[in-house]
Write a new protein. Structure first.
Ligand SMILES: CC(C)(COP(=O)(O)OP(=O)(O)OC[C@H]1O[C@@H](n2cnc3c(N)ncnc32)[C@H](O)[C@@H]1OP(=O)(O)O)[C@@H](O)C(=O)NCCC(=O)NCCS
Length: 136
């Protein structure tokens, strides 16, 4: 069956810089040998926190995972690129969209969008209380 979620991309997004690139190792696999979804979720959380912490000019805490979709499996040896963009800010919170692409470890250099997620981070102080975002 063919659907929009299964369409492979031939290149990484143009004019965008990945906030994180990483290659999963065998220790990151599930019992079937493919990459464990929880490992991908932790990497997405790290990737999303990068623009959030920049906007907050300091520490942030993840308060919510609003949406998370695994669109294609991830394999050991894929080169993953994480693209993160702020989609909303509030008084203390920053909501970030994260997209993950995999360069398969194949000679044809296939690129596939594997994951999409939206997470909300809250700017926190040294006592882990929420604090207002700095005014730009
Ligand atoms: C982050 C934390 C300090 C916020 O506490 P708080 O200030 O009392 O929380 P509030 O209810 O006032 O919400 C703060 C902001 O988060 C937003 N928020 C809270 N829950 C949310 C949710 N489920 N989805 C989206 N945004 C949410 C609020 O809308 C608010 O945003 P705004 O200030 O921009 O309007 C607290 O929830 C906490 O410590 N959570 C644990 C964080 C953590 O440890 N994360 C790591 C994973 S274990």
């Amino acid at each position: 069956m063919t659907s929009s979620t299964q369409t492979p991309f031939t290149t990484l997004p143009a004019n965008r810089e990945a906030v994180l690139r990483v290659m999963p190792m065998p220790a990151d696999a599930n019992i079937h040998g493919d990459v464990f979804g929880g490992w991908i979720m932790s990497q997405v959380d790290i990737a999303g926190s990068i623009p959030a912490a920049r906007r907050a000019a300091g520490r942030v805490a993840t308060v919510a995972v609003n949406a998370f979709q695994f669109k294609q499996p991830v394999f050991v040896g894929d080169l993953l690129s994480f693209y993160a963009a702020i989609v909303k800010t509030g008084t203390t919170s920053v909501t970030v969209s994260v997209e993950v692409y995999a360069e398969r470890q194949r000679l044809d250099a296939e690129v596939v969008k594997v994951t999409e997620a939206t997470l909300t981070y809250v700017a926190t102080d040294e006592a882990r209380r929420s604090r207002p975002l700095p005014i730009l």
